[in-house]
Design a protein around this ligand. Structure first.
Ligand SMILES: NC(=O)C1=CN([C@@H]2O[C@H](COP(=O)(O)OP(=O)(O)OC[C@H]3O[C@@H](n4cnc5c(N)ncnc54)[C@H](O)[C@@H]3O)[C@@H](O)[C@H]2O)C=CC1
Ligand SMILES: O=C(O)CCC(=O)C(=O)O
Length: 524
């Protein structure tokens, strides 16, 4: 039974696919209420309240996936999750419209002083002259961060007759032209905008983006809006610019610390606030819960997820194309790691023929995970394989060749060790399966599966018989056997597939046979 912990409040309607699955147990409780069972969950679903720290990940030893029902993953230690091999996914667009609408509601409220007027009337006052606002029509709106939400805000602003200026270092010209906005530098935006709204993630680069230096570049009387993340507008700087009257008003849905407690910003009459409500609509909550629930279900069924933060994303279509090579690569990694039972410095992978045209990042990660698995104590999978390889000083590279040589497709793996280099080539043949067609310099043809025994020897009569006799004497049945040699009487190899794993003592016995140079058992 798969166990999923839903640690923050989430739409039941959205969770329905998980709740309806008889193979899944969904526990809807806060982390503190399941401290004793944390190591028993396969998946964790959160919104922004639960902090997925390294400490929590350490306790959740069985965890495979964290699903964030929302966009921002700043409450999740993604680096730690990656190290632990835990996939992190989010729901990137389920709350876009709601947040754009909330931003607009904040903008209108800010310039028309609706919250202040509301409080006044509720206090039995009727002071119309105290709440004279300004129109949005004709004003210059500066949007910092022109992704999903920023571009929806722009559409609404244009409908209101505003001039829209956007700053986003990652925005392509083609996309900007399509949407029809004025793309400018940050300095230009700061100088022109009557109202500035931020829609970036909180990153090292965006933290304090609107700090003392940049706020000084804005127009006197500017309005500011933050419905993205607390900290993009520096709160201390904001206080100074409100105190000196440079900033006319601020709308905040988010804070550096949430809840903000008795924050000095809350004392300003021209600061209007909401408690992180951007995504708090019925529709957005159903959307994001449905998206993560569906993705988690897909992941638990062993299929590729499309909104992962720490894995290359794959469409179903691409996944179907790479699946066979993904499996072949994993097996090649496992075999190579056992053959090269020594420290290695580099793994070079060459994709040839039809596989060279596919998305190989995932295939490479699969190969690395297979290679590292016998070597590391911790979980290793596609999520953390590249990171673990790097940590262990193993460099890896990919090369591509359109020419598949004798095969429609092939993956060639070269492992550089301290004392030797090992090469193998594998191919996937439809309706026939995975085959290793070159091994350690020998042409051969075997399936990389089950209990394998590799023997390198001198090409002499009777060698096969000697090996067969010893195995037979110890009740080890040979299922298949492939042989290869470089030249008559030269070096030769046997690759045997056995019906059961071989004892180490038997390996030693085989090593004693004269004219046998190498004996390796390989478990795939
Ligand atoms: N208040 C709320 O309840 C909600 C807040 N959010 C927050 O809104 C923000 C934006 O979300 P989306 O539009 O969905 O994300 P997105 O990823 O679609 O867009 C973010 C944009 O910011 C740009 N960007 C990144 N670094 C930048 C920089 N240094 N300067 C300028 N632009 C930069 C990116 O190129 C991208 O276009 C996120 O922080 C998210 O967490 C999202 C949903 C709800
Ligand atoms: O879960 C929520 O309501 C917060 C949404 C949010 O901030 C996000 O999606 O980034």
């Amino acid at each position: 039974m798969v166990r999923i912990l839903v640690a923050d409040a989430m739409s039941e309607e959205g969770l329905a696919p998980l709740l309806a699955d008889p193979t899944i147990e969904v526990v809807q409780k806060k982390v503190v209420d399941v401290e004793d069972e944390l190591d028993q969950f396969d998946a964790l679903l959160v919104r922004s309240a639960t902090k997925v720290t390294e400490q929590l990940l350490q306790k959740m030893k069985n965890l495979k996936i964290v699903g964030r029902a929302g966009v921002g993953v700043d409450n999740i230690d993604v680096d730690a999750a990656t190290r632990y091999g835990v996939v992190v996914i989010n729901a990137p667009n389920g709350n876009t419209i709601s947040t754009a609408e909330h931003t607009f509601a904040m903008m209108a409220s800010l310039v028309r002083r609706i919250p202040q007027a509301h409080i006044s009337v509720k206090s039995r006052e009727w002071n119309r002259s105290a709440f004279v606002g300004v129109e949005l029509f004709g004003k210059h709106l500066g949007i910092i961060g022109f992704g999903r939400i920023g571009s929806e805000v722009a559409k609404r602003a244009r409908a209101f007759g505003m001039h829209v200026h956007v700053y986003d270092p990652f925005l392509t010209k083609a996309r900007a032209e399509k949407i029809g906005v004025d793309v400018c530098t940050l300095d230009e935006l700061l100088a022109q905008a009557d109202i500035i709204t931020v829609h970036t993630p909180l990153t090292k680069e965006t933290k304090g983006l609107l700090g003392p230096k940049n706020l000084a570049k804005t127009k006197k009387g500017v309005y500011l809006i933050n419905c993205a993340r607390g900290g993009i507008i520096d709160e201390q700087a904001l206080i100074s610019f409100l105190e000196n009257g440079h900033v006319a008003g601020v709308a905040l849905d988010v804070f550096e610390q949430e809840p903000p407690g008795d924050h000095p910003l809350l004392s300003f009459d021209n600061v209007i606030v909401t408690p992180h409500l951007g995504a708090s609509t019925v529709e957005a909550q159903v959307n994001v819960a449905t998206q993560v629930a569906q993705e988690v279900l897909t992941f638990l069924q062993g299929k590729p997820v499309t909104s992962s933060i720490n894995l290359p994303t794959l469409s179903k279509d691409v996944y179907e194309k790479i699946q066979a090579f993904y499996t072949l690569a994993r097996k090649m990694g496992i075999v190579a790691s056992q053959y090269m039972s020594e420290p290695v410095q580099e793994i070079a992978i060459t994709y040839s023929g039809s596989v060279a045209d596919l998305e190989t990042t995932f295939i490479t990660r699969s190969l690395l995970a297979g290679f590292l698995k016998p070597r590391v104590a911790s979980t290793v999978n596609e999520v953390n394989a590249a990171m673990i390889a790097k940590e262990r000083g193993i460099a890896f590279s990919e090369k591509f060749s359109a020419n598949g040589n004798d095969y429609n497709n092939s993956i060639t793996l070269t492992v550089y060790g301290e004392n030797k280099t090992f090469t193998m080539k594998g191919t996937h043949i439809a309706h026939y399966g995975d085959r290793i067609v070159h091994f350690n310099g020998f042409a051969i043809d075997f399936a990389p599966e089950g209990h394998l025994l590799y023997i390198q020897h001198h090409d002499k009569p009777g060698m096969i018989g000697k090996v067969g006799n010893i195995l037979g004497d110890h009740q080890v049945n040979i299922a298949t056997m492939q042989v290869g040699r470089q030249e008559v009487g030269g070096k030769a190899i046997m690759m045997l597939s056995l019906d059961k794993p071989l004892d180490d003592t038997l390996v030693e016995t085989l090593e004693q046979i004269s004219d046998i140079d190498v004996v390796k058992k390989l478990e795939v």
